[in-house]
Design a protein around this ligand. Structure first.
Ligand code: CP
Length: 326
């Protein structure tokens, strides 16, 4: 078991090796059981996490904040608009100064072409670990919780299991592509055959796709891209369907809306779930555009594991915080 985590950042999914992710998951299950038994597990007593948000959140804020309290520490919620960042505090200043106040700095910054760069610049200046609460490229803590959930539902041997990562239509806003990108990077390492489905305009970043293909090849698993949602769902063991924006194609807001509206039929409904295996699980990181992205009958139905998935954010994040901030 690899345990060398103290002081390390988690910004990209691949910052931790497969063995290191296995360590994180083992600790996450231990912490989950301790919480179930009401056993104290104050591994971060007197430690403080800064949570710097440039974008809204329900699950991420709630689970990091609750997690720090359960570990015996404290989390400071900092909404970026209430800081002096817009008045000149640079990434270097944030890293230098917050790195001296806090024992970890968690950041959510999803602006396309900006967020990931921001996290890395803060990390360069910070003596405390930087934890990525979602950027424009990656959402590593979501994917750790997803992997934990998949193993709970499908067992530790995931070889020859088919996971569909599919685009879905949503009318609300152009969502970051960080979830599908993190999924295609992380899941092949754990033996899943990944099928990525999206309309042609909703491509992921080329460098992420190249790395995902390399990970799949190294793991000896399948990795396929299709442009047909029905084809992707056939015989799937895991269905993970959510919306993301076509920022790789265009950043023009009107053009994004025009293109997105061509694909209203990309919804996860009962007919499509019936194409998957009888015991397939349906996953979504939430929030979902109900009855647009996914029908209520699916997200509330027997295949759905979305609440277990959301719960596992808490346990996976506590594991990483305990390992990196102790
Ligand atoms: N899945 C997720 O990150 O949820 P929030 O946006 O509510 O944090």
């Amino acid at each position: 078991m690899i345990t060398n985590f103290r002081g390390r950042d988690l910004i990209s999914d691949l910052d931790f090796t497969k063995e290191e992710v296995e360590t994180v998951l083992e600790l996450a299950w231990d912490l989950k059981m301790k919480r179930a038994l009401g056993q104290p597990h104050a591994y971060l007593r007197d430690k403080v996490l800064a949570m710097l948000f440039f974008f809204s959140s329900t699950r991420t804020r709630g689970s990091f904040e609750a997690g720090m309290a359960q570990l015996g520490g404290h989390a400071a919620f900092i909404e970026s608009r209430t800081t002096q960042i817009s008045h000149g505090d640079t990434e270097k200043e944030m890293g230098e100064i917050f790195g001296r106040y806090f024992d970890g700095i968690a950041i959510r910054h999803c602006d396309w072409g900006v967020g990931n760069r921001y996290l890395n610049l803060v990390a360069e200046a910070s003596r405390a670990p930087i934890l990525n609460m979602q950027c424009d490229i990656y959402h590593p803590f979501q994917i750790l919780a997803d992997l934990m959930t998949i193993i709970e539902k499908k067992g530790r041997d995931l070889r020859r299991k088919k996971m569909v990562v599919s685009w879905a239509y949503a009318a609300s806003y152009a969502k970051p592509m960080s979830v599908p990108q993190s999924l295609v990077l992380q899941m092949p390492r754990f033996g899943l055959d990944v099928v990525l489905a999206h309309p042609p305009e909703f491509k992921l970043m080329p460098e992420v796709m190249e790395r995902a293909r390399a990970e799949a090849k190294a793991a000896g698993v399948g990795f396929e891209v299709v442009h047909d949602m029905d084809e992707a769902f056939k015989d799937a063991d895991i269905v993970y369907a959510k919306s993301w924006g076509c920022m790789e194609h265009t950043t023009d807001a009107e053009e994004i809306t025009r293109i997105t509206n061509q694909y209203e039929s990309w919804i996860t409904d009962d007919r499509r779930m019936a194409l998957a295996k009888e015991d397939a699980i349906y996953m979504h990181p939430l929030p979902a555009d109900r009855d647009i992205e996914v029908t209520s009958s699916v997200i509330d139905g027997r295949h759905s594991v979305v609440f277990d998935e959301a719960e596992n954010r808490l346990h996976a994040q506590k594991a990483v915080m305990a390992l990196t901030m102790s």
